[in-house]
Design a protein around this ligand. Sequence first.
Ligand SMILES: Nc1ncnc2c1ncn2[C@@H]1O[C@H](COP(=O)(O)OP(=O)(O)O)[C@@H](O)[C@H]1O
Ligand SMILES: [Mg+2]
Length: 419
Amino acid sequence: MDNQLRKSASDVIASVPAITLAAFCETEGLMAVLRASAADRRMSRASCIVESGGIAAAVAAYRETRTPSVLIVETAHGASDILAALKPLADVCDPSTLVVVVGHLNDVVLYRELIRSGVAEYLATPLTQLQVIDAVAGLFRDPASQPVGRIIAFIGAKGGVGSSTLAHNLSWLFANQAKVNTVVTDLDLSFGTSGLNFNQDVTSGLADAVSQFDRLDSVFLDRLLTRCGDNLSLLAGAAQLEREVLLNEDTITAVLDTLRQSAPVVAVDMPSSWSTWSRHTLINADDVVITATPDLASMRNARNIAELLRASRQNDVPPFLVLNQVGIPKRPEISAADFSKAVGIEPSVMIPFDPMNFGQSATTGTMLCEMAPKSKAVEEMKSLFASMNSRLRSAPPQRPVAQKSILNRLKSVISAGKN
Ligand SMILES: Nc1ncnc2c1ncn2[C@@H]1O[C@H](COP(=O)(O)OP(=O)(O)O)[C@@H](O)[C@H]1O
Ligand SMILES: [Mg+2]
């Protein structure tokens, strides 16, 4: 049973598509879990209602109106009478509705029997919010699709703190050390530095992808990528100032969702300017890395970003905080202890100010990790890479998309039982 898998905040759980979902619970506990799940970022496209009353309330609610895409019902019935209890529901249920039954018994025989009867999924309590979201997302998962890649958003607390440099080096490490297919998406279409840092003439791949976002698929997107070596590609703008490209929540979601179908790591190099789409991208990333320098403006902005993420990502791991350009000679700076107290996150790593190595790497278009592998800065980057890599797990096992109609299947199972 899927809900036997422990879902943790660091697992990649796909977002639920724009469906309608109604849940009818018998217990306060499940109601609270479902309401909290409905508020999770991964359910933001679904429209959900959570009510009490169990199967009887669901039957009453849908006598006259059509049932939603997903109907969750909680029942305390035991294995012997659960099918009979579901019968009135089958009578009102639209054939296309996927019914998820939540019961209080962890029983494989019951599970199989319900699935055979056309129930899309059976979940046993107690359930966590993430288990619920994963189960609902699982109903719409295409069994042929690739595992879901992890979206890692890199944002600087202000411009020039080294966020892009970090994003590119971490991506290089994913590609060259973890040997996983990695795509760097440079969302700074006009002034992005990814092409320069990877010493590549980038095409206007991102601009092309965005302008045709409604016909994106992995094959089309693959043609727009600039290859930067084994396992590493780049999707960027060509820093053309005259071409206007409309980045918004829909276009970015389409691009990133398509990229993550084929790449286990999608590193998003965010511009430091703030907009509705950058906020959306950050909130919906699987991991966020905030890079800051030890000064007051960086600290205030990092604290604001961390607070925003805390409020909107309650089921997610906290962001990684990187203190960069630490120890500039003669420059007074905020201590790591004061910085982390203000932001509410311990820095994962502290990268020293190293103008020699960073300067040489930037001017020659060579990754620092490749150019100065023994430097302290690279040592710190590798330590961040190790913590991020440990979160990279394979996606949960795929299960078939439920296509059965509870209406017909349940009726036939019940009538067969009577004969
Ligand atoms: N630790 C460091 N020491 C010295 N220079 C650095 C360091 N980190 C970044 N830089 C330099 O700072 C500049 C800005 O970096 P960049 O990654 O473009 O910042 P951001 O993306 O945050 O605007 C680059 O020239 C980069 O080489
Ligand atoms: Mg940048």
